[in-house]
Write a protein that binds this ligand. Structure first.
Ligand SMILES: *Cc1c(COP(=O)(O)O)cnc(C)c1O
Length: 415
């Protein structure tokens, strides 16, 4: 098949003169560090290098910086500073939240956890591990619109349920979950509720206190902070179990000398994100809708997840008769960095568990594309993306045996 490959037509890119990726549309994977966060990172690394646990001035200055960052983070998400634990990122926060709730449950003989089928692997794999330790896990179905139903959460609760964990917004299809309703149901039943809010914090208004979350995970590199740092919000009175034992840092809940520069940079990035949130969300939503309109004109394509209840910057489509990886590589040739939920990107042959969870058949799920756009995208960029994806999809279909069968009527079109 590859021998028949013709050079793909190259339209002029609006960002031809950029040396790096001309258009970065993979912000759900990671974001570029903001100028403010970068400045803070370097300055704190250089000027506040003392150990926050040391009693002399140099140490205490570092300690002050650390607590200043904790206060900033707490303010942005509507929490008390004592409710914020700094971690190495979203994965660690998810692991610690779930493990802590499981440990507390076990002590009371409650070993049942409710979650959803399309959580991030940091949640799903932690739950898998707990199953091996004797816990029972109910994974709620996700409907075609990419959302979990609060009534179904209620229906899944049992006498021995110790935790419900449902993500705030999905990292692949961007759908925002009814987490407030779920939190209220859990509160009513006296069951802990954790939300993986890694895709939401910095992008959507999140108020941990008012929204009745018991625990919430976030990660700096998803809101223009540095990688390898995040935080866990834990409501006062909930006991956390440390994953890392050692010193008494982070109120004894997370040992190890603090990653102060990264923590301070995270706080700076979060503050900046909160300040620009409304304006950015409005702009991104308009661009996202422009992309969704443009891409839906491609025949036999479908948007994954609800069009309304989704992150401002997330666009996710399936295109019948193609492989997502080929699409990505050809888009890369055109200077567009995007992602697909299938095979190569995730290092497995299975299509995305998220797309399967919302009911996409295997064949269709393989032809997916996620564009997660950032604040620097322009309308011109969006139009260039639409043009490029349309042309590359048509090109890939021109020599796809699956597409040939579909067009010849040997297999029915699913989209
Ligand atoms: C990125 C991401 C994580 C993992 O965060 P890291 O900081 O990379 O460990 C967890 N959950 C969701 C929803 C994510 O998007």
């Amino acid at each position: 098949m590859l021998l028949q490959r013709e050079p793909v037509p190259e339209p002029a890119s609006p960002r031809q003169n950029r040396s790096e990726y001309m258009i970065y549309a993979d912000n759900a994977a990671t974001t570029k560090i903001s100028a403010t966060a970068e400045k803070t990172l370097v300055a704190v690394l250089r000027d506040f290098w003392g150990n926050p646990s040391s009693l002399y001035t140099l140490g205490q200055q570092a300690k002050e910086k650390l607590e200043e960052a904790r206060k900033t983070v707490a303010e942005v998400i509507g929490a008390d500073p004592r409710e914020i634990i700094f971690t190495s990122g979203g994965s660690e926060a998810d692991n610690q939240a779930i493990r802590s709730a499981a440990e507390a449950g076990k002590l009371k003989g409650k070993k049942h956890i409710v979650s959803s089928a399309f959580e991030h692997h940091a949640v799903l794999h932690t739950l898998e591990r707990l199953k091996k330790e004797g816990f029972e896990v109910t994974l709620l179905p996700v409907h075609e619109d990419g959302r979990v139903r609060p009534e179904e959460v209620r229906g899944a609760l049992r006498e021995d349920t110790c935790l419900v964990t449902v993500m705030y917004a999905n990292n692949e299809i961007g759908t925002v979950q009814p987490v407030r309703e779920i939190a209220d149901i859990c509160r009513e039943k006296g069951i802990l509720f954790h939300t993986d809010a890694v895709q939401a914090v910095g992008h959507l208004p999140v108020n941990a206190g008012e929204d009745h979350f018991d625990m919430l995970s976030a990660s700096a590199h998803k809101f223009h902070g540095p990688k390898g740092v995040g935080f866990l919000y834990v409501r006062k009175g909930i006991r956390l179990v440390p994953l890392i034992e050692g010193g008494a840092q982070e109120m004894g809940k997370r040992a190890g000398t603090e990653n102060l520069a990264s923590v301070a940079a995270m706080a700076a990035a979060l503050k900046e994100a909160a300040e620009g949130m409304q304006e950015n969300a409005q702009r991104l939503t308009a661009l996202r809708n422009r992309l969704m309109d443009g891409l839906s004109a491609i025949p036999h394509s479908a948007l994954n997840g609800d069009a309304e209840h989704r992150l401002p910057g997330n666009v996710n489509f399936c295109f019948e008769g193609i492989e997502g990886e080929s699409l990505l590589l050809l888009l890369d040739d055109r200077g567009i960095a995007a992602s697909s939920g299938s095979a190569c990107t995730s290092g497995s042959l299975e299509p995305s568990h998220v797309l399967l969870a919302i009911g996409r058949p295997h064949d269709v799920a393989h032809g997916s594309l996620r564009l997660s756009i950032g604040e620097d995208l322009t309308e011109e960029d969006a139009d260039y993306i639409i043009r490029s994806v349309s042309e590359v999809v048509a090109y890939l279909r021109s020599f796809s045996p699956i597409w040939r069968d579909l067009e010849a009527g040997k297999k029915p079109h699913l989209l």
